[in-house]
Design a protein around this ligand. Sequence first.
Ligand code: 5GP
Length: 174
Amino acid sequence: GRQDIDLKNYIRHIPDFPKPGILFYDISTLMRNPDAWQIAMGRLTRQIAPLQPDMLAAVESRGFLTAAPIADRMGCGMLMLRKSGKLPGQTISHTYDLEYGSDTLEIQADAVKPGQRVVVMDDLLATGGTLAASIELLRKAGAEVVGASVLVELTGLGGRSKLDTTVTSLLSYE
Ligand code: 5GP
């Protein structure tokens, strides 16, 4: 039946994107199939529900795609973690190192109430740099981070070990 669907068949692998030598895991082929996308969102919701979040934090930009339908299914709120300069009003920012250079993520200063339970969401976990920075930023803003959730985890890069919270993923690749 429908629930036996292997969601890995809907993830497309694109070599040499965005740079030569990088294999890109493309979730747009999963999103384009209504059955596969609905099943994926249902399974992610069931992974996250036991963490009992008050809010989902969505990492720009593909984290927005999974967090919004899941927040709606769970009846919890959501917030955006964005690149610098995109969010209106007072913000808190966190700058983190990349392989070459650095990047900054921001959150609205009043996005979480102190101690609110937050699960942070992105499409994919690779080195863990993005989610580790997201978790630090959420803590600066007063959140209790109770988990990190991704659709796809690339286990060979050890990203999970950089995250001091419960990590769940739907599909994992060596
Ligand atoms: P990390 O910080 O864990 O090394 O990389 C994860 C971040 O880069 C996520 O925000 C994710 O959207 C993006 N990313 C890196 N590689 C891929 C990939 O192969 N596919 C997709 N969809 N996103 C990727």
